[in-house]
Design a protein around this ligand. Structure first.
Ligand SMILES: Nc1ncnc2c1ncn2[C@@H]1O[C@H](COP(=O)(O)OP(=O)(O)O)[C@@H](O)[C@H]1O
Ligand SMILES: [Mg+2]
Length: 270
């Protein structure tokens, strides 16, 4: 679904952010990009979302090349935007409408859906995210966890095939983190491709994701299953995620509980 071939990017042509990165993400996969601060995770997600464009290399989405030039075509831009949703790390950047409901309607309106269809989607998403009671609130009157739900909701109402989530659980309370993990698993069950950028190793484990590890010099070190990567202390040490290791042990008991919770909830639903 997503194929990156030898992607490089520098900010202002002098601050390197990505060096010769290649990776592939299959349809329906749960995929995590991990690396220390500054390794290039957010930049990579922004390239995948078509917000910025690589200086070198090629990006293919469903076999079609994504470039500044290709996205100038309105029809193709729409094809791409309908299918790829990007959730910013900072919800405040993403939320700009007067109310939560307006936020959820914005995407469908951009896609020129009928108002009744847009409203149906907005209410369905509010139900799934349990934010119906926030419908008329402005975003500055929301907690961090509520903002994150609304930010994700504003993407879900466009019903994309791929969700790119930058540090989705960062700075959120354990209950909201747990909710988001369950949500990502449920969306993946429903066929959506989930791509996250994170340095939260326990999250990677809970999602049982395929993992690409980025180094501090902005290169892909390796790609593998979460199980194998999380066991590989030398790689985690090399890429400066070993500091997170303490964190990881501290959190792993939590993550186990979360998984049980998810499992039971999932069974209830069936
Ligand atoms: N807007 C920006 N302007 C200049 N440099 C940036 C900008 N955003 C990121 N960088 C630099 O690019 C590199 C990769 O950053 P980023 O993709 O944000 O990494 P991560 O998300 O892994 O923390 C870092 O060296 C960072 O300082
Ligand atoms: Mg980042």
């Amino acid at each position: 679904m997503i194929s990156l071939e030898g992607i490089s990017f520098s900010y202002y042509n002098r601050i390197p952010a990505l060096c010769d990165m290649s990776l592939g993400i299959k349809e329906g996969e749960r995929f995590a990009i991990i690396g220390a601060n500054g390794s290039g995770k957010s930049t990579l997600l922004q390239i995948m979302s078509g917000l910025i464009h690589q200086s070198e290399g090629k990006y293919f989405f469903k076999g079609r090349e994504i470039s500044e030039h290709a996205l100038r075509d309105k029809g193709f831009l729409r094809f791409f935007r309908e299918r790829v949703g990007y959730v910013f790390q900072d919800s405040d950047i993403q939320l700009f409408c007067p109310t939560v409901l307006d936020e959820l309607l914005y995407g469908p309106m951009q896609l020129e859906l009928k108002e009744s269809e847009a409203l149906d989607r907005a209410f369905e998403v509010m139900r799934i995210l349990n934010i119906e009671n926030l419908k008329d609130r402005p975003s500055y009157m929301l907690s961090g966890g509520e903002k994150k739900r609304v930010a994700i909701g504003s993407i879900l109402t466009m019903n994309p095939e791929v969700l790119l989530l930058d540090e989705p659980t960062n700075g959120l309370d354990p209950r909201t983190q747990c909710f988001l993990v369950e949500l990502m698993l449920a969306l993946n069950d429903a066929g959506k491709t989930i791509v996250i950028a994170t340095h939260d190793l326990s999250l990677v484990g809970e999602l049982d994701a395929k993992v690409t590890v980025l180094s501090e010099d902005h290169r892909v070190v390796t790609t593998g299953r979460a199980d194998d990567i999380l066991k590989d202390e030398s790689i985690l040490l090399d890429v400066n995620l070993i500091h997170e290791h303490i964190h990881f042990h501290g959190k792993s008991s939590h993550s186990h509980l979360h998984s049980h919770y998810l499992f039971h909830r999932h069974k209830d639903r069936e």
